[in-house]
Ligand binder design. Structure first.
Ligand SMILES: [Mg+2]
Length: 256
């Protein structure tokens, strides 16, 4: 029997947190730019559309700032590193401060309005049931590899009834790129067939460039935060494959 190790991204693979991102971002924005325009609801649609370019939570208020400044979604998607640098250059604080503000807003929402905060999240159809099923299989080792704080993920999975050990949730607190985590999982489980499911192309491309990860199956989740242009960058026959939500449940062929 083949042993499987599944390394799954969280946001955009398991959980759709767009509504929560937007709320958290608006609160963080109010703290970061208290003098600026605070009627932000009108930017929700643009925020959702440009979200695929975001890698880490600290960038979200920066992106909202770019939208408020009048940059189009198209411009942000095409020139995000430049726009991010321009906005950061005007601030007296760095990305670590942005990150602290975003996490503090989230922590406050969890402590003061837990049910409201949880209700802002949607799990993709069938995903929770699938995770629960995999957790019953002794030949499947399930891990979450995310740039979100692990404590937030643990809270959401617990609420959804997924009993994943906290030690198997690798979040932002580990402070290392996902490819480094994948390498550690590879070392830890040399006999396992490893699959990595992620909704952003860069971590998959980074993994595909590492010889030690050549046997890792890399999947871009087509239901997550990516655009048609991003999905079209996958070439047939390469290590990275496009995965549909339907195929997600077939990552591990059931033992007859
Ligand atoms: Mg993601």
């Amino acid at each position: 029997m083949t042993n499987h190790l599944l390394a799954l991204d969280f946001d955009g693979v398991i959980c759709d947190g767009l509504a929560e991102y937007f709320q958290t971002t608006c609160y963080a924005y109010g703290e970061l730019w208290p003098q600026a325009e605070q009627f932000l609801e009108g930017y929700r649609e643009g925020f959702y559309a440009a979200r695929p370019i975001i890698e880490s939570g600290w960038e979200m208020p920066v992106m909202l700032r770019a939208l408020v400044r009048g940059h189009s979604v198209q411009d942000i998607l095409a020139h995000w590193p430049d726009r991010r640098t321009e906005i950061l250059a005007e601030q007296t604080y760095d990305r670590a401060h942005f990150s602290q503000v975003v996490d503090a807003v989230r922590d406050r929402a969890i402590h003061e309005q837990l049910m409201d905060w949880l209700a802002l999240h949607r799990f993709y159809p069938g995903v929770i049931t699938q995770l629960q099923q995999w957790l019953t299989l002794p030949h499947v080792d399930l891990w979450i590899v995310s740039t979100k704080e692990g404590r937030f993920i643990a809270q959401l999975l617990e609420q959804a009834g997924v009993d994943l050990p906290r030690s198997q949730i690798i979040g932002k607190e580990i402070r290392q790129p996902k490819v480094v985590t994948l390498g550690q999982l590879r070392d830890r489980a040399p006999e396992h067939l490893i699959s990595f499911v992620e909704d952003r192309l860069p971590p998959l491309q980074q993994a595909s460039a590492i010889p030690e990860l050549a046997d890792v199956r890399l999947y871009l989740a087509d239901w997550g935060y990516n655009t048609a242009a991003m999905r079209s960058q996958i070439n047939g026959g390469a290590q990275i494959q496009l995965l549909s939500l339907e195929q997600f449940g077939q990552l591990i062929v059931p033992i007859a």
